[in-house]
Design a protein around this ligand. Structure first.
Ligand code: NCD
Length: 321
């Protein structure tokens, strides 16, 4: 029998895309997430009745916050969100983050979901917390639950992840969703990962090191249009302007063609079965995934959104039941 201690490395905290193995994902998490669709639609589940989840979000969020709130609601648990802690908690009076986590631990919560501005914020909370900490994004660090829903979406739409060739496109420096997804994909025998970003905008050594250790083949390029015919998945990201990024379309290397946005040419060159993902939000001004392609059958960004609800419902059940 699988005990909870065997579920993933670092149990019960969810901190990194590196924690999970494919056996757990394919045999436990993804099937349970699949079952959650019906549970969500019927709206009469009480698997987590009496459970309480504290939400601590220090950065703006739409999907992650709402999907955790909705997941709790649809499972009969209570979620508690008391506004931006940087403004409304005693941290505004100089209280340490560690003390805040110790305090929240005394109020009969069953888990804390944290989005922090700092890399390593959730890990810091896990050091002093007796209850599970879920990393809902830590600065430009990681976003493991997004990686889980991205992998689930690829698995559902293509039927497998082994052999899949995926282009991770855009803000290779600051995107936490790219980092966590690259870590997570290394669990499978993926065909190839192509990092596509502007010149001088390279993926970090931590990601390279992990992929090399796991024997994942990867390469780097600047032109999505050029690689489009070779990929099964195009995973777009926005420029993380709040982290000091400049619009990614520009390059300071003259003569080098850079394409990190979805264009008609990219869509036409992609194989018929290939799919376009984006963690969202997409940037209306930068237009890395222009509005006019929203309903293209290759673009499955709102399936991803739905899958985010299902994955978070499944994860909460595993953590709290
Ligand atoms: C991402 C995030 O917050 O890192 N969004 C999300 O959670 N779906 C992507 C982003 O903000 O660019």
């Amino acid at each position: 029998m699988i005990t909870s201690a065997d579920r993933w490395q670092g149990w019960p905290h969810v901190l990194s895309g590196k924690q999970f193995d494919r056996c757990f994902l394919e045999r436990e998490l993804f099937p349970l997430a699949g079952e959650m669709n019906n549970a969500a639609q019927t709206r009469d589940c009480d698997f987590l009745k009496g459970k309480r989840v504290r939400l601590l979000f220090y950065e703006p969020s739409e999907r992650t916050l709402d999907s955790f709130v909705s997941a709790c609601d649809l499972l009969g648990a209570k979620s508690v969100w008391l506004g931006d802690p940087a403004i409304f908690s005693s941290q505004a009076k100089g209280e340490s983050f560690a003390d805040m986590i110790r305090v929240v631990n005394r109020y009969e919560y069953d888990a804390i979901v944290i989005r922090s501005k700092e890399v390593g914020g959730a890990a810091k909370a896990a050091e002093v917390s007796q209850i599970p900490i879920v990393n809902a994004g830590d600065g430009s660090g990681e976003h493991p639950t997004q990686a889980l829903l991205d992998a689930f979406t690829i698995h559902r739409s293509l039927g497998q992840i082994d052999g899949v060739r995926i282009a991770l496109v855009g803000d290779l420096v600051y995107s936490r969703t790219i980092r966590s997804l690259a870590f997570l994909l290394a669990q499978w025998k993926v065909g190839h990962i192509l990092f596509v970003g502007p010149v001088n905008w390279k993926i970090g050594d931590d990601v390279r090191g992990h992929l090399e250790e796991k024997g994942v083949s990867y390469s780097e390029g600047y032109d999505l249009e050029e690689v489009a015919p070779q990929v099964d998945v195009v995973y777009l990201t926005r420029a993380q302007t709040e982290r000091g990024n400049l619009p990614l379309r520009y390059t300071d290397v003259p003569g080098q063609k850079v394409c990190v946005t979805l264009t008609q040419a990219v869509l036409e060159k992609m194989p018929d079965h290939a799919r376009v993902l984006h963690p969202l939000p997409r940037n209306d001004q930068f237009r890395e995934l222009p509005e006019e392609f929203t309903d293209n059958p290759k673009v499955i960004i709102f399936d991803q959104v739905r899958n985010g609800l299902l994955i978070r419902m499944a994860l909460l059940r595993m953590l709290l039941e």
